[in-house]
Design a protein around this ligand. Structure first.
Ligand code: HEC
Length: 105
């Protein structure tokens, strides 16, 4: 009887870790995932933009000078952005800004 209970406990811990670990690593590359799926088509995978289509670079000196909150606000309030971009939560916008900062280096 006791062995069964112990086995149940071990199984529960194993299952919990199995669910938790992938989620933790997901959170870390969320910004990259969002950028690739929602921004790269316009701003480019390297975020240099498309001057011919009047899509600004996000890695220009100009963009580097902007604060994190300026960039996050630009994401959710730029009129030319599609609804899927404007609808990003504050947390998601922040994650993308962090990813863009990485590209700016
Ligand atoms: C449909 C194409 C399109 C998509 C998708 C798009 N953008 Fe933009 N973005 C633009 C255009 C066009 C502008 C310039 C708008 C203007 O000048 O009013 C812009 C402007 C910006 C700016 C302001 C830049 C500056 O220097 O003022 C930021 C920051 C930005 N986008 C980030 C993002 C991020 C991050 C995503 C993805 C979450 C994204 N954009 C998705 C087209 C797009």
């Amino acid at each position: 009887m006791k062995t069964t209970k112990l086995l149940m406990l071990v199984m529960t811990i194993a299952v919990t870790l199995f669910i938790l670990i992938p989620n933790l690593s997901w959170a870390a590359d969320d910004g990259a995932t969002i950028y690739k799926s929602k921004c790269a088509a316009c701003h480019g995978a390297d975020a240099t933009g498309k001057p011919a289509a009047k899509i600004p670079s996000l890695v220009s000196d100009d963009a580097k000078k902007k604060s994190d909150s300026d960039l996050a606000t630009a994401i959710t309030e730029t009129a030319k952005h599609p609804g899927s971009v404007k609808g990003l939560s504050a947390d998601d916008a922040k994650a993308v800004v962090t990813y863009i900062r990485g590209l700016q280096k």
